[in-house]
Structure formats: structure tokens, C-alpha cells
Design a protein. Structure first.
Length: 215
């Protein structure tokens, strides 16, 4: 019961403080998928630049981008680690086009667990990236665990920082209604808190919206 109350209370405090975050940035599901892969180990500003390059080239379409795969390194260079990300993006494109014809409508009939297993089998697609695609692009009720979530919840002694990804994800999914919009908003609010208050070094604990959480 304590964990349930804390998880619910944190969401309410953050939503009251920050309001809706309107996540994930992207006009189409495919743009969200590409963004989830490119945002690995970089900041979102760099991803925006890379995404704009793809848009200007008229290749923000899975089949077109796969056909012009030799252009990918140049287009996504601003996102950093572009050679590695090119391989990951290419692997994802092949999976998405070969299995679902590059269309989210064809994904709807597939179960979330099978989709997750398929995504995790793609080289370079880890749990956070896979779940981001599931939640934000495929609109599935899967809670995304990232570094901010681990930092915030471990500092409030709700779970250990090193808890396995799936164990941490299960805590949220067991203590929250299975609603896509709720998971979407909660994750975005945790990122907001992590960036502005619960920083890795010199966290702003005295002004943090959660400073009285355990009182």
C-alpha cells in the first residue's frame, strides 16, 4: 500500500507542478520510432537536427529511408555515434518493413509481448528504446524506465537504483491503471523533474516538488 500511495502521490505532485508535457515530440509514429533510436546517448537538440535532415531529404518514411540507406550516416550525423546508430536504425527499418510493411496499422493485431520480444531482438535496441517505441509509437500501456526514473525513485528509497529493468517496470505497471496516456505523462514528468531538479550532481532538493514527499 505504501508503494502504491507514493507512486500515485508523485504523479499528482509532478502534474500539479509542471502540467501536461505533450510527449513524445514527433508528428507521426514513424518519426517517434526514429527519434527513440537516435536519442540514445545524446541530447534531444541533436536528435532534432538529425530528424530535420531526414525530413528535408524527404525520407521520413520507412520504405524510402530503407531504400536510401546509404544516405543515413550523413543525415543522422548530428545525433552522435552516427555509424553505430546507422546500423541500429537500418536493422530496425528492415524489421519494420519486412514484418509489418512499415505501417502501424499492421502492428495493431500483434500482442504487446510479442512486439516487445521482436524489438529487443533487434541489435542495439535495448529495453528503454523498445518500450519507448511501444508506448509512444505503437500506443501500448508499457511503462518506460530511464535513468531519471531510477535516480528519483532510488533517492526516495522506493526501489534500488540497480533494480533490473523489468522489475522496475513491473512496479509501476502493478501500481498504476494500465492507461497509455497516464504512462506517457508520468514518464515525461519524471524526465522533466530529473533534468531540472533531481540532477546527478548537485540536485536541487530544497526546492524540488517532491521535497515533502515522505513527510
Amino acid at each position: 500500500m505504501k508503494t502504491y500511495n507514493l507512486i500515485q502521490r508523485i504523479y499528482k505532485l509532478l502534474y500539479t507542478t509542471f502540467g501536461p508535457q505533450h510527449w513524445w515530440p514527433g508528428d507521426t509514429p514513424f518519426e517517434i520510432m526514429v527519434g527513440a533510436i537516435l536519442t540514445q546517448n545524446t541530447n534531444w537538440r541533436n536528435v532534432i537536427t538529425a530528424m530535420n535532415n531526414i525530413k528535408k531529404a524527404g525520407l521520413l518514411d520507412p520504405k524510402k529511408l530503407l531504400k536510401h540507406r546509404r544516405s543515413i550516416p550523413r543525415l543522422i550525423r548530428p545525433s552522435g555515434f552516427y555509424r553505430l546508430k546507422t546500423k541500429r536504425l537500418f536493422a530496425f527499418l528492415r524489421y519494420y518493413v519486412n514484418n509489418y510493411n512499415g505501417n502501424t496499422k499492421n502492428v495493431k493485431s500483434q500482442t504487446t509481448e510479442i512486439l516487445r520480444t521482436e524489438l529487443l531482438a533487434i541489435p542495439g535496441i535495448g529495453h528503454e528504446t523498445a518500450d519507448s517505441i511501444l508506448l509512444y509509437a505503437f500506443v501500448r500501456p508499457v511503462f518506460v524506465i530511464d535513468i531519471y526514473t531510477r535516480r528519483i525513485f532510488s533517492r526516495h528509497n522506493i526501489f534500488d537504483y540497480g533494480l533490473s529493468y523489468d522489475a522496475a517496470r513491473t512496479i509501476f505497471e502493478n501500481h498504476l491503471p494500465k492507461r497509455v496516456q497516464l504512462y506517457n505523462e508520468y514518464h515525461a514528468l519524471l524526465v522533466k523533474l530529473g533534468k531540472e531538479y533531481c540532477k546527478k550532481n548537485e540536485p536541487l532538493c530544497t526546492t524540488c516538488p517532491l521535497r515533502n514527499l515522505n513527510v
